[in-house]
Design a protein around this ligand. Structure first.
Ligand SMILES: [Zn+2]
Length: 329
């Protein structure tokens, strides 16, 4: 009995640090959000009614998780080129002067695409219902944990990524110098799923720069920035033993010097940020998914195992950074 109690105590101590992103319940939630955004709402370009419907859905999911406008934990921010807003859900730390970790994704899709003279809607399942569903799934995990003493978490949904990142720019512009200082790492999820048949695509991160003791420095093609997001993700991959090159035959999470998503907006303001996505491997040239911005970006043959591993890596990295700001350093 004593041994059993000791074991139980050890398990409790282990939680939340050892908690994992569950492959059944958590993935069901992820899939539900993916389905609603890409199948029930569908094509949601900036300026469309569906863009507003996607925003309303995300707001309702944030509210269901307990975030409230009345107490400042659910906020909306105007975006220059859209009547829809960015949405931000805040999970405060116990200590007000805390570090801030951000998980973000864009909910607008590309507009309808014309292929061989036929114009069709773009459901935007991978780009980027997958990222919004992942961001919401992270929020759902972290609201279940006790408030962290010194790490605030923010879950942010941007519009207007496809039109030039106006959503994330508006979000960054509203941040005070104090908030920018406290934002330790920004995890942007854009195309965080992949197809079963697309075996050569790897779990990948794109960065543009990083903080150093000498200040913020730009990365380059030759020397992509191994910023805080990359380091935490690499530590999480090791901890979970996922995407081992010896097993999968491809090297994962090699940071690539690339913008082209909302992490850019944080980079230009001197914050460690990265886009986390499935992308072509290095030998193949690092291409985007062949269905991106096309009508074929629908539910298709998504690989739930690799998607679960990707989300569990993000979850473990966030947990690691919340427990220890030097996680991965
Ligand atoms: Zn995207």
């Amino acid at each position: 009995m004593k041994i059993l109690l000791a074991l139980l105590a050890a398990l409790c101590l282990c939680f939340p640090a050892c908690a994992e992103f569950d492959d059944m319940e958590d993935m069901d939630y992820w899939y539900d959000q993916l389905y609603i955004l890409s199948e029930e709402i569908g094509c949601r370009p900036v300026g469309s009614d569906n863009e507003l419907a996607a925003m309303a859905h995300i707001r309702s999911k944030f509210e269901a998780l307990g975030f409230r406008a009345e107490n400042g934990t659910l906020n909306g921010y105007d975006v220059s080129n859209s009547s829809a807003k960015d949405l931000e859900a805040i999970l405060p730390a116990q200590n007000e002067a805390s570090d801030i970790l951000i998980v973000c994704a864009h909910y607008d899709s590309a507009p309808p695409a014309t292929v061989n003279g036929v114009t069709s809607d773009v459901p935007g399942t991978r780009d980027n219902a997958s990222g919004i569903a992942g961001m919401l799934a992270m929020a759902r995990e972290f609201v279940q944990l006790p408030a962290d003493p010194d790490t605030e978490m923010r879950f942010v949904a941007f519009t207007s990524e496809e039109t030039g990142h106006q959503g994330s720019q508006a979000y960054v512009e509203h941040l005070t110098p104090n908030e920018r200082e406290r934002i330790a790492a920004v995890f942007n999820l854009d195309l965080i799923t992949v197809d079963i048949w697309l075996e050569e695509h790897v779990f990948s991160v794109d960065t543009m720069g990083m903080r150093t003791p000498e200040g913020y420095v730009n990365g380059s093609d030759e020397h992509p920035a191994h910023n805080k997001v990359v380091r935490a993700i690499q530590a999480a991959m090791q901890e979970l033993d996922y995407f081992d090159p010896a097993e999968s035959g491809a090297t994962h999470c090699v940071p690539r010097h690339l913008g082209m998503s909302d992490h850019d907006s944080f980079h230009f303001a001197g914050m460690d940020s990265a886009n986390i996505a499935f992308r072509g491997n290095e030998e193949e040239g690092g291409s985007w998914h062949p269905y991106m911005h096309l009508p074929e970006d629908n539910l298709g043959d998504l690989d739930y195992e690799r998607t679960h591993q990707a989300l569990n890596i993000v979850y473990t990295a966030l947990n690691g950074l919340a427990a220890d700001p030097a996680y991965g350093d």
